[in-house]
Design a protein around this ligand. Sequence first.
Ligand SMILES: *Cc1c(COP(=O)(O)O)cnc(C)c1O
Length: 390
Amino acid sequence: MTHPTTLQTRLSHSDYTAPDGFDAFPVPIHHASTVVFKDVAAMRSRSWQHKNSYTYGLHGTPTSFTLEARLAEIEDAHQCLLAPSGLAAIALINLGLLKSGDDVLLPDNVYGPNRDMAQWLGQDHGISVRFYDPLIGADIDALIQSNTRLLWTEAPGSITMEVPDIPALCAAAHARGVLVAIDNTWSAGLAFRAFEHGVDIIMQALTKYQSGGSDVLMGAVLTRDAALAQQLGLAHMRLGMGVGMDDVYLVLRSLPSMPLRFKAHDVGARAVASWLKSRPEIATVLHPALEDCPGHAHWQRDFTGAGGLFSVIFDDRFTEAQTDRFVDSLQLFRIGFSWGGSNSLCVPYRMSGMRKNWTHTGQLVRFNIGLEDPRDLIADIAYALDAIGN
Ligand SMILES: *Cc1c(COP(=O)(O)O)cnc(C)c1O
C-alpha cells in the first residue's frame, strides 16, 4: 500500500479514528454529501430506496434516519420522508401523486400556500383543482369525479379553524378509490391520530411544535402503505429534497419535550380563549375546544387535546384600524407568522377574498399562545383591548 508522505495529502487521508465505546444521549450529527463505499461491490449492491444502508447525502445519514424513525413512532407510521419545509412536504405529496388530467379537492380553509400551489398546478400543469366546504362531511361524495385522485384535509383548517369530519371524508373518498392526505400540523400528531381515523398520508410542518424553537424550517410526509411510500420516495429523490443535519439535530433535541410543551400550549390557549369569550369586544372565539367553533363536535369526538393556535372575531363595531391598533398595543404577543415556539404571536387577517361564503363581518385576529404564564398574556390582552376603547 502506498503511504502518503506529503502533509497536503495526509490532511485529507488521516489514519486517526476516535476510540470505540463512546455513549451519550444526543444523536450524533452525521454530515455528508458524499457517502464512501468500502469497495465497488458495496457501491453496486446498495440502493437509495432501502433505508438499511447509505448511498448519498440527499438520501439520508444516521441522523436523519433517526428523526424519520422517531416521527414515524409518534404518528404510528411505517415510513417517513423529511422535506426542507412544511410547504416542501406539501409539494412532495402533490407532485408525487398528481399528474396532468388528475383532479384534486382541497378544503376552502386550507393553509394559504397549499391553496396557492394548487392554483399554480391548475393553471400551468394541467391538473383540475377544486375547493370544498370544510364541513361538507360525507357529501364530499357528490364532488368526487372519475379523475379525482387526491383529497386534501386539514384539521382544523388554517385561520378559520373549522374542524372537519375526517372519518366521513375518508369513508367517502375510499369508497371511490381516492387517496386522503391531511395537514396534521395543528395537532402535532399528538392530539389527533390521523391514520386511525382513516387518512392515507400525513403531512407535518416540523417547523412548529416538533422544532419548538422558532429557528428551524422542516417538514415530514408519513405513510403506512408500502406502495404509496415508494411512489412518494421516488418523487422525494427526483425533487432532491435534502435536509441539513444540523437542523435535523435541533428537531431531535426538541422532540422529547414536545408532549409537555404541547400540553402547556393547550392549557394556556384554553385559558386565554375562555377569557376572551367573556369579553364584550369579542363576538366569536374560534377555538376547536369551544362551542363557538364550527365542527366543535368533531373535535370533541376525534381529538384528545388542542394546540396553542386559535382565532377570534371582533364585534362588528370595531374597524380594521381599531383591531390593528389592538394588535400593535400588545407587548408580550409579537406580530409574526408561524407558531409552535415559546413566544406568543398575534396576526390580523383580511378575510375578504380569502374564503368563499365567509359570512362574519367582524375583524379576525389569530393568536398563537406560547409558553408564557397565561395570566400575563390575559393582562396584556386586557391592556390592548382598553387601548381601543369600546
Ligand atoms: C406552517 C404551516 C405549514 C408550512 O410549514 P413551513 O415549514 O413554514 O413551510 C403548513 N401547514 C400548516 C397548517 C402550517 O401552519
